[in-house]
Design a protein. Sequence first.
Length: 397
Amino acid sequence: MAARRIGILTGGGDVPGLNSVIKSVVYNATEIGCEVVGIRRGWEGLTHMRRAEVLAAGGRLDPDYVRLLDRNNTRTIDRTGGTMLHTSRTNPSRMPARRLPAHLAPERAAQMQIGDDVYDLTPLVLDNIEYLGLDYLVSIGGDDTLSYSKVLDRAGVPLIAIPKTMDNDVQGTEYCIGFSTAVARATELIGRQRSTLGSHERIGVFRIFGRDAGFTALYTSYVASARCLIPEAPFDLDHLVEILVEDKKSNPSRYAVVIAAEGAMWRGGTLRDVGDVDMFGHRHKENVGEALVDQIKRLSGEEAVASELTYDLRSGEPDMLDKMVAITYANIALDLIRDGVKGRMTAVLEGRYAHVALPDPALPPRTVDVATMYNEDRFRPQYSDRLGLPLLLRSDA
């Protein structure tokens, strides 16, 4: 095996299970004679790290962005959530001028300018990978992190990617780290609020992650026995309100529940994009939960309340499934590195562990197959005809 030094980083939003990946990569790497370098704050670590010539203390590795990882400093990290390497939403391909590294020489920055106040720092990233002596890179992230992984792969960097996102919408895999914990935690939080909804006889609207794909809303609905709304299926607002009022009346506790993915919308309705644009061109949507509560009140006269299921779902330690997948993905990644394989992503296909080509950034997110997974008339998951399907009820082979 040629690799002797492996870099690892986490990008985008944090999810439970990231530390399990990091620890497992370190432990497996030491067994095959490799050193592991932790890159802090995602891709920012490879754009903003300082080299020996600009470090005040005269060291070789920038302590703000680079950490050598071993069995001692990763021994207990899998017992907590988040990522010990920290993370950021950084796109080196489109770095705004205000985010350029302070130590970057103006003449070097000018060579990488691609537009008004926009820079492609990929040449700097490649230089820093060489400076760190990395033979391989393990990148852990969702669509945005993986899209830049593809850039580096095309530039010849030996790289293995590991998918993570609570939305479970990365192309090429049926499972992303963080998904199971998000669904389990959402189910728990909804269950906890049922008593309050019943006490006040309200309709509860729970907004959940899912800008483009409704997997988190759909699977939470599946196990929580609740109605759900997903981005893939624009819905009839009057019919939804009719169903929710019917649910409330037939419930002995006189309440009803609907789970709305953040990108769900009724036919003819719109939600504005709000907030600042991040480096990958994303903005937040207006809150569909609050908008839907207003419509329910207007159309039915029933009392309704919106509840956010967001950062609680990505905080804290992972559940058993996320830990197991995280550990397994990490070990598959090291097996691939051992065998000299590059440009691949760990995956689950037909319920089995696999590895696939890095997702094409031009492809949209993976989405719910409405025809087989969702009942549009009843705003529920499909429960029938599941025999023969994989554990997570869909095959993307």
